[in-house]
Ligand binder design. Sequence first.
Ligand code: SF4
Length: 691
Amino acid sequence: MSTTRTTCPYCGVGCGVTVEGGVPRGDREHPSNFGRLCSKGAALKDALNLPDRLQQPMMDGRAASWDEALDRIATEFTRIRDTHGPDAIGFYVSGQFLTEDYYVANKLMKGFIGSGNIDTNSRLCMSSTVAGHVRAFGEDVVPGCYEDLEEADLVVLVGSNMAWCHPVLYQRLMAAREKRGTQLVNIDPRRTATADMADLHLPLAPGGDVMLFNGLLVHLVDAGKVDRDWVSEHVAGFDEAVAAARATAGSVELVAAATDLDPTDVLRFYDSFARTERVMTLYSQGVNQSANGADKVNAILNCHLATARIGRAGMGPFSLTGQPNAMGGREVGGLANQLAAHMGFEPESVDRVGRFWNAPQVARTPGYKAVDLFEAAADGRLKAIWIAATNPAVSMPRADLVRDALRACPLVIASDAWPTDTTALADIVLPAAGWAEKDGTVTNSERRISRQRRFCAAPGEARPDWWMFAEVGKRMGWREAFAFETPAAIFREHAALTAFENNGRRRLDLGALATLDDAAYEALEPVQWPCPASGQGAGNSRLFARGGFSTADGRARMLPLAIRADAKLAGFPLILNTGRVRDQWHTMTRTGRIPHLMTHSPGPRLALHPRDAMLRGIVDGGLARVTSAQGQTSLRVEIEPGLRQGQVFAPMHWTDQFASSGPTDRLVHALTDPVSGQPDLKGTPVQVVAL
Ligand code: SF4
C-alpha cells in the first residue's frame, strides 16, 4: 500500500500527515507534531469527498468553459488597467493558499498588472505580528522553534486559547510540563480552557497588554535583569523604551489599576518572569486582532530583547500563526505592504524584484490593505476584484458592507472549492482544487517548510489556484513570465528570488532549495529556513542569540510605547470579543460539512457574564438581540462566568449557510491598527437585549 506524506490544511501548527489507503493519520516522522493530531486533523478522512463541490467555471450564473472564463478575466483586466490604471484591480487571497499559489498571484499583481493591491485574510490574522517583527528585527522573522516549548521553564500565553486553537502545540507543552514542571501564565480577559490549566491566569481588562508589558520592562530593569552587554552590542532604543515604559507603567499599583488586575498577581507574574531565564512568551489573536496590536507585539519583544532572552533554548517571543500558510504567504509578499521575499517597496527592492522578474512595471507603492480594499470596491475605486480561497462576505468586519461592496463592484471573481456567501455574489466563479488534490508547500509557525502532496483527483474541472493566475497572466500577454508547468518550477523561482542579491541582508534565504529538481522537490523533507546556498546557518531553528538582526546596522530596535485609550461608544456598553470554537475552522466551508465536528458547538452562542445577563433579564439558553453601530443579529445566550463583566463573546464561524443568525462579523467595527492595518476584531462596542 503506498503512503503519501503531506500536511494538515487547518492551522499554522503545520502537522505532518501520512495517508495510507486513503486514510490520513498523524505523521510520526514529522518534527512539528511527531504523530499527534487534534480533533480537526483526526477528522481529515471525513474531509475527503465532501458534497457540494464547485466543479465547473460559472459566468453570470451559467456554466462556462475554462477558456471562456479566463479569456474574459484577462480581457477585462487589460481593459480596466488601460482605462483606469492598475490600482483599479484588486486581489484578496488567503492563508489557505499554498506558497506556490501565493507566489504566482503576487507576481501577477505586483510584477505585471503593476499594483500593490493584493492583500490576504492573513491581514486579519497575523499582520500586527508582521509589523512588530519588522519594527524590532528589521524583518518578519520568528526567532525560535517548537522545541523551545519543551525547554522552557516558564511559558507565558498572551491572548491565546492554545488548548483549542493550536491543540497539538498545547499537547507538546502539556507533555513537557509533566516532565519538567513548566510554569504556565495565561494573560487573557476571558477564562478559557487554556486558562483553566494555567498556574496563573491574569484576566486583564481588554487592551491592557501594552500597560502590562511596559510594567514588566520597568520591573526587569529595576530587578537588575537587563543584559547590559548584550543590549549595548545588539539593541538600539533601550533608553527611550524604558523611559516610555516608566512614564506609563512606573509601578505595579499603576499597572494593576489600569489593567483591573490584582496587584499581587501582577507582581507574581513579574517576579516569575524576572527570575526564570528560560521564558517563552507566545501570543496569538488577542494580541494581533487589536487597534494597537503592533504595539502589543513590540511591548512583548521589548522585554525579551532587554533580557537577551531570544534565540536560545527555551526562550524567546513566539507568534502562534492562525492559518496553515500565513507564513508562506508572508514570505512571497502576499500582504499589500510587502513586495516579495520579505522585501518592501524601497526603490532598491523594487528595482531588484523588477530585474529578477524581468518586469518593467513593478508596483512602487503598497496597495490597499484588507479593510481598505473592500472600501475601494464599495466606493468605485476598484473596478474588479478576485477573491480566492476565502469568504470575506462572512469573515470581514462590517460583513454587510463587504456584501454591498461586492454587489457594487463591476467585476467580481471568486475561486473556491465550495460555494460560499462570497461566491454567491461573484460574476465569475472558478472551481479550485482543494487539500489532497494539489501539490505545493506550506510554512508553519516555526519557519518549517513542508510539502502538501496530492493523493486524490480534483472533482470535475477544478484546478489549482496557481494555474488560474498563471493562465490569466499568459492571456494578458506575459507568456514567458507565467510559463509555469508545475508547482516545483514555481517553488524554484520563489527560492531563487529569496536568494537574489540577498548577501545576508535578509534571513529569508532559500538559495539551497532553488536548484531542486522535480524529483527532489517531490521528496522534500520538512526543513526550517534559512536555507542559503552557502549552507551557512542553514536549517537554524533559533535565530538572533548572537544578534545579526536584519536592520541596516544589525541591531534590534526596542520601541517606546504609549498607552491607547479604549474604544467606547455611547449606547453600546458591552465589548464584543469574537473568536473560534474548538472544532470549527474559518467560515465552516469544510468543517461545517463534517457532522461529528458540529457536535462540540452545535450552533452560534453569545457568551454573557452572569451579572450582565441578570441585569438584562436574560437566562441561559434565552434569545438575545446583539446590536452594534454596524448591524444587529439574534443569538442564543450561554451564561459564562469566566468572562469579565462588560465583555461578551461570539464565535466568528457561522454563515448564512449554517445558521439563521448570519455572520457575527456584520456587528464588528472596521477600526484597524494604524501600523499593521489589522482589524480590531475583539473590541466592538455592542448592546445586548433580551428577546
Ligand atoms: Fe491540523 Fe492544526 Fe490540528 Fe495540527 S493542530 S492537526 S495543523 S488543525
